[in-house]
Write a protein that binds this ligand. Structure first.
Ligand code: KG4
Ligand code: ZN
Length: 336
């Protein structure tokens, strides 16, 4: 049987990555260079620094990915790149590299939506079954996505303000945790208790949307009040209380979505899919209430940004014959 090999490039934020993926399922290589250390002292991603690092790294990362997969440009069937959403300058580095390679090799170019990539990270674990529901939670997005079939996306619920990962990072900053605070908050949460019981915004509302800015303000107010009164803050309990609210809202709304849209599979996706509390709570929900719906989460190594997931999503576009032209541009606000 024919093997389709796609070289995929990802540079939308602070990871420079290139991967070679076979048939959208098998990782032949997946090289990820994280810039976190360079952005840490600024407490967030600095766009100009991100672009500069991408420029400096990308050629070598692509060469490494080809070498590790033991292929040359000639062996490839297509070259894929993320074209949005993300930082415009960062995106353009991956796009230009992909265009140059496509032009030089005569191979088709495939444009991939970064959020589709997060969802298709699950295809690197097992074949996806449609209709499918995805809970996508990252630093910039929190959305429930219904997929009636391969490559078709319908956003049925989304955050009206902050993304869940963004809220994690902002609270992490208040607690003086290194950027990005999400991972560390998750660790602290497991050492504390939900003693503060912060609000669960929109949880009973009859829609599939989210809101996390009120929760963020509640946590910030709590910290300010404690400082004013001179009372002690217990970071573990604060993290546990924050996480309990986020996880309960995400799982409750996912259950509501599953009632409205019967599906064969639920997938968790995005950087926040690495969250232990969320992985456990969703796993329990699915086992108790939806045992016949297949549930998958990417391994930790594929939750954060990487090119393997872009290669997985690109395969669907390849099979559908959806190719991009050489005037492909970055779309920073691209939606699914
Ligand atoms: O998908 P991603 O790598 O980048 C975007 O596309 O946004 O997601 C990054 C986000 C950050 O906000 C980070 O703090 C969060 O994912 N994150 C976590 C955990 N690991 C990463 N949030 C909560 N718990 C974690 N274990
Ligand atoms: Zn991402």
């Amino acid at each position: 049987s024919k093997k389709t090999l796609i070289l995929a490039i990802e540079s939308s934020c602070d990871e420079t990555s290139a991967a070679v993926i076979e048939n959208g399922r098998v990782i032949k290589s997946n090289i990820v260079a994280s810039q976190i250390k360079s952005h840490m002292r600024f407490g967030g991603v600095v766009p100009e620094i991100a672009s500069r690092h991408h420029v400096e790294q990308i050629t070598q990362i692509i060469e490494e990915s080809l070498a590790e997969a033991e292929v040359t440009l000639d062996d490839l069937d297509a070259i894929a790149t993320t074209y949005g959403p993300g930082l415009v300058g960062a995106l353009l580095i991956g796009i230009s590299s992909a265009k140059a390679l496509a032009l030089a090799s005569g191979k088709p170019l495939i444009a991939v939506n970064h959020m589709a990539g997060h969802i298709y990270a699950n295809q690197l674990v097992e074949e996806l079954s449609f209709p499918l529901m995805a809970l996508v939670v990252s630093g910039g997005h929190t959305e429930l996505v219904y997929m009636p079939e391969d490559g078709v996306f319908e956003i049925i619920g989304e955050t009206r303000d902050d993304a869940a990962g963004e809220a994690y990072d902002k609270i992490g900053r208040i607690l003086n945790l290194p950027y990005p605070g999400g991972k560390k908050m998750d660790e602290l949460a497991h050492m504390g208790q939900d003693v503060y019981h912060f609000p669960r915004a929109m949880i009973r509302e009859d829609n599939l949307d989210f809101s996390f800015s009120g929760l963020k303000s509640a946590v910030i107010n709590h910290v300010h009040n404690a400082k004013q009164k001179g009372t002690e803050i217990v970071p573990e309990d604060l993290a546990a209380s924050f996480q309990a609210s986020v996880v309960e809202v995400l799982t409750t709304k996912t259950a509501k979505a599953l009632e409205q849209y019967p599906v064969k599979q639920l997938v968790l996706a995005g950087g926040v899919a690495a969250n232990k509390g969320l992985r456990t709570a969703l796993g329990e929900l699915m086992a108790e209430k939806y045992p016949s719906v297949r549930f998958s989460i990417p391994p930790l190594s594929l939750c954060g940004d990487n090119a393997a997931m872009i290669g997985a999503a690109a395969y669907t576009e390849y099979c559908k014959g959806h190719f991009a032209s050489n005037d492909l541009n970055a779309v920073p606000g691209l939606e699914l």
